[in-house]
Design a protein. Structure first.
Length: 259
């Protein structure tokens, strides 16, 4: 009877050993296999067979992970206090390093992203932080990628989500923007006056070289005045005519003088 129980227990033990030794890894998973505590190899995807009690396996997900960087208090280079949060996109490219070199690669990457965010943004002024966000994102991505390379992690992208300013700073930025718009308006007006004066000078030179053009312009002015149907019309006197009359008056002999 005892022999029968022993023989019946053997198939159950074999089934348990097979179940314990078989692993199935999906396409996006890899298994870091240790043999007697030492690294053996990276296996997967598909069916993996392990030796129970001798080999152990750690699953590693190769898909891109989105990590939310909590809101950080940052002091910019021009001593402005802001609150900034970001998001980091990272994935495992070397499962062996991700398991052996760091205890929890996702937590380590998240903590590193927080400290790097404060360090990089502290080197920029507030205007740069608001206007050059794309360049700052690239700087953050490059710094994180270099530091996580030893862990087998690839940081593919970093995006600053929101920059929170206090109300006083928002009002100051609004005043600065308004002053900048007024300055641009004055510059544009001055440039317009300069261009108009240059064109007037050019027109005066052309009219001075061709007196006939001045007469034609005089006639056009009279036509425009007549077309307005005004009750009072003032006829301008040509400058050349006035000059000729003045010349004749100055040439006429004064009383008591002989011609």
């Amino acid at each position: 009877m005892y022999w029968e129980l022993g023989y019946g227990f053997i198939p159950i033990l074999l089934i348990m050993l097979v179940v314990a030794s078989v692993r199935i890894l999906r396409e996006y998973e890899r298994g870091v296999v240790f043999q007697l505590g030492r690294f053996w190899k990276v296996k997967g995807p598909g069916l993996i067979i392990l030796i129970p009690g001798i080999q152990q396996m750690v699953r590693v997900d190769l898909r891109t992970v989105v990590m939310d960087v909590p809101e950080q208090d940052v002091i910019t280079r021009d001593n402005v206090s802001v609150k900034v949060n970001a998001v980091v996109y990272a994935r495992v490219v070397d499962p062996q390093l991700a398991v052996i070199q760091v205890e929890n690669y996702m937590v380590a990457t998240s903590q590193l992203a927080q400290t790097t965010l404060r360090a990089i943004l502290g080197k920029h002024e507030l205007d740069q932080l608001l206007a050059e966000r794309e360049q700052i994102n690239q700087d953050l991505q490059q710094v994180l990628d270099v530091q996580t390379d030893a862990w087998g992690i690839k940081v593919t992208n970093v995006e600053i989500k929101h920059v929170d300013l206090n109300e006083n700073m928002i009002r100051a930025i609004a005043k600065q923007a308004e002053a900048e718009r007024e300055r641009r308006a004055k510059v544009i007006h001055a440039e317009g006056e300069l261009q108009a004066s240059a064109k007037l000078l050019e027109a005066a030179n052309v009219l001075a070289e061709a007196p006939q053009a001045m007469q034609l312009r005089y006639l056009q002015t009279l036509t425009a005045i007549a077309g307005e149907k005004n009750s009072t019309i003032i006829f301008p006197m040509p400058i050349d005519l006035i000059a000729s009359v003045l010349d004749r008056l100055t040439d006429r002999p004064r009383p008591g003088e002989r011609g």
